[in-house]
Design a protein. Structure first.
Length: 201
């Protein structure tokens, strides 16, 4: 046990516990990871995680922040690849499909939308930023500069793509092999809707 303690010195244990939590979510779609289980899985004492997390909720908050960071990275990569709005929408839905349990965890609580929860709020806003930037670019291209309007339209785009992701995850429409084609049609619909909204005075 002493070797494990030396291996995960200071902040490294915190990082490893979060990574272990993400790994757990990838293999168990129903349960949330417990600090006791994760400590055992990486070879540290059950008390060790509490040097880094005040309680289980503090750990889950760290896990949510890490999830938002991974979602942000996925969306930034899509933006940098030049795929435009459609690329961002596909990245969002793709992240939901590839990280089903993590995706649902980060969106389950409204705390991340509350500025009182500073770290969660910042992580949530950072994940939303690539979409907001894309809508801002498209707005600028047609002479729309009102930040309130742009923010609202970006939020409306998010509600559509998030709803699509949830429908895909739940297999609500029983899309089977037609899932990708349905998603592509949905992305085109959202694109058309945003263009129409930006064209309105």
């Amino acid at each position: 046990m002493g070797k494990a303690k030396d291996k995960y010195h200071h902040g490294d244990l915190r990082r490893r516990l979060v990574e272990a939590g993400i790994d757990f979510l990838a293999t168990d779609a129903e349960a949330e990871p417990s600090l006791r289980q994760l400590a055992k899985s990486i070879g540290v004492s059950e008390a060790a995680p509490y040097h880094h997390f005040a309680d289980r909720q503090a750990f889950l908050n760290a896990l949510i922040c890490a999830g938002y960071d991974r979602l942000r990275s996925r969306c930034l990569a899509a933006a940098e690849a030049g795929g435009g709005l459609r690329g961002l929408l596909a990245a969002y839905v793709g992240f939901a499909i590839d990280h089903r349990s993590l995706f649902r965890l980060i969106h389950r609580s409204g705390a991340a939308r509350d500025p009182a929860h500073a770290e969660l709020h910042a992580a949530s806003q950072a994940a939303f930023a690539p979409l907001l930037a894309q809508v801002r670019r498209q707005a600028a291209a047609v002479g729309v500069a009102d930040p309130e309007r742009i923010g609202f339209l970006a939020l409306m785009v998010w509600t559509q793509v998030h709803g699509l992701a949830e429908i895909v995850l739940a297999d609500f429409l029983r899309l089977a092999d037609g899932r990708d084609a349905f998603c592509e049609r949905s992305y085109a619909y959202v694109e058309t809707g945003l263009s129409a909204a930006l064209g309105q005075s």
